[in-house]
Design a protein around this ligand. Sequence first.
Ligand code: ZN
Ligand code: ZN
Length: 350
Amino acid sequence: MYSYQITEWAKPLERRECDTPEPQGTEVLIRIDAAGICHSDLHIWDGYFDLGGGQRLTLDDRGVALPLTLGHEIVGEVVALGSDAEGVAVGDKRVVYPWIGCRRCEICASGEEHLCMTPRFLGARVDGGYSDYVIVAEPKYLFDYTGVPTNLACTYACAGLTAYSALNKVAPLTERDHLVIIGAGGVGMSALHLAAAVTPAQVIVADIDPTKRSAARQAGATDTIDNGADDAIKRALDITGGGAAATIDFVGAPVTTGFGLEILRKGGIHVVVGLYGDALPLSLPMLPFKVLTLRGSYVGSVAEMAALMDLVRSGKVPPIPIHPRPLPEANQALDDLRQGRVLGRTVLNP
Ligand SMILES: [Zn+2]
Ligand SMILES: [Zn+2]
């Protein structure tokens, strides 16, 4: 097998070859058809996340060893099974749930593996999908995607799941409530597409880019806001009749979360999803005065992945734009994403 691996943080990925592994026990060997490129791949490639105030969260500190194969949005075909692997057969086409935990702790036992303190996330902690093969620990992490194009299917493992789990965190809302999605990039657009299936609330999209706002209106947003405009907060309060019930920040910058908190009505909730980075000064009395909730959301659980794939297979989720590229163009594709030259999702085909 061959893989495009980080051998040194922030240096070009290296093509490296090794023996194709044989699945042991409950493991499944997948021959990869496609792997999506996620914005967080850029952070992992750099080797750190910006925590603000000059502080960094480095992957070295987290004990991530190099070389590492990136790629956590993986789709492919089952080609071999360990002796204890049950529930899939050779030839099955599956999307891989990559947010796998240690599979031993209480958090993992409760089904919240994505919250495990010693994760084994594919493409972030152990080798992932920028490769032609990947080993998956158990068949329960594999999901049928019948009726969905292969290159699109992989994007549900992160972009789709992240959007879906964030939407679950603001439910239940009513049809009189307003939900404001901040940032209409790949994950924000996925959230807009999924919103109708999760919440009856009126969905408004805020983005500084007029092209993205018009794409959001075409995709069913009730209204849009230019959150970079001077009167953005006043406009948001006008549209929502005094404030939104919920805001979800798919950018995760001080200015976007500041905006999201500012436009909430009493009792509102703001969810931070994006990992842009940096820090935000927060007016503490506003939390009790307005009974606000501020929380984070990171990918989603295995159960949420199962529910999401049910929705996807039922045809209720419009596709996001996909740009396939050959795996050997991985470095160029990552650069293009960093330069903002990608609308929708790039997927790599080995
Ligand atoms: Zn991702
Ligand atoms: Zn665990």
